[in-house]
Design a protein around this ligand. Structure first.
Ligand code: ZN
Ligand code: ZN
Length: 265
């Protein structure tokens, strides 16, 4: 079972399984993890990075996805590669001689996920290979709004269908400020994706409502839909707006089942 995700921007961790270089790791950015791992294992001529070329095979063991843009993912990649050069990560201590590269990278990642701005992003932490999967260091567990998922992921193109073409009854007014939506509005309406809910609201109106309890923040994490009253993740509303209708509210328990099923085959 492969989970399909659109608008895919991911930062991954590779683990070297070549006995000569065993235990080395590599952090990279991709919009297409399936193609990227083949490039790494195909060497430089097939588009792999020089650092991984000729040292394979590599396993792609972990990927963080859900970044709002390639720039956001590339900044995350850089900080993960260079934690001691990042002014946001000055509290992360250096790798000890006994600490394996893999453990060190997991520790850096755990700190990053608790550090602004990354701690507010709608990220998914995905273990791609079960044999590498482990708990985050105690006290450094990822924020609760970030699901930890298991199993393979595939980047897919968006369907390009507007929410207005999906909802039968499209509201003409913002549920919060009650103003009519205008064509060419800078402030795009976000639509609730819960079945039967027709709530739509300006992005700024909804984000202000979601941030009512956290006025110092700029990016909401979650809030209550003013229509159906369900708790919705901001990242899911934005993904839905961009035309991504599958895999909203990634459910770690169901993907865990997929894994178990795969192992039983
Ligand atoms: Zn409004
Ligand atoms: Zn709703």
């Amino acid at each position: 079972m492969v989970v399909e995700v659109c608008n895919f921007f991911g930062v991954y961790l590779l683990y070297c399984t070549n006995p000569r270089y065993h235990g080395r790791v590599y952090v990279g950015f991709t919009v297409n993890p399936e193609r990227r791992i083949n490039q790494h294992n195909g060497g430089k001529r097939r588009g792999g990075a020089w650092k991984t070329s000729g040292r394979g095979p590599w396993d792609m063991v972990l990927i963080i996805h859900g970044f709002p843009s390639d720039v956001a993912a590339l900044r995350f990649e850089w900080a993960w590669q260079h934690p001691h050069s990042s002014r946001r990560l000055t509290h992360v201590t250096r790798r000890t001689s006994r600490e394996r590269q893999f453990d060190f990278h997991l520790r850096v990642l755990a700190h990053m996920l608790q550090t602004a701005p990354w701690c507010r992003l709608p990220l998914t932490i995905r273990w791609l290979k079960q044999e590498y999967c482990r708990d985050f260091p105690a006290g450094l567990e990822p924020p609760l709004h970030m699901p930890v998922a298991f199993g393979q992921v595939r980047a897919v193109k968006t369907k390009g269908v507007k929410p207005s073409e999906v909802n039968v009854a499209t509201p003409k007014r913002c549920s919060i400020c009650l103003k009519k939506f205008q064509d060419g509005d800078n402030d795009i309406p976000l639509h609730c994706f819960h079945p039967g809910c027709t709530m739509a609201a300006h992005m700024t109106c909804l984000s202000r409502a979601f941030l009512a309890k956290e006025p110092l923040h700029f990016l909401p994490i979650e809030g209550q839909c003013p229509g159906c009253k369900n708790l919705v993740l901001w990242g899911d509303l934005v993904r839905h707006h961009k035309g991504c209708y599958g895999n909203l509210e990634a459910d770690p328990t169901s993907s865990q089942e997929h894994w178990t099923n795969e192992l039983q085959l």
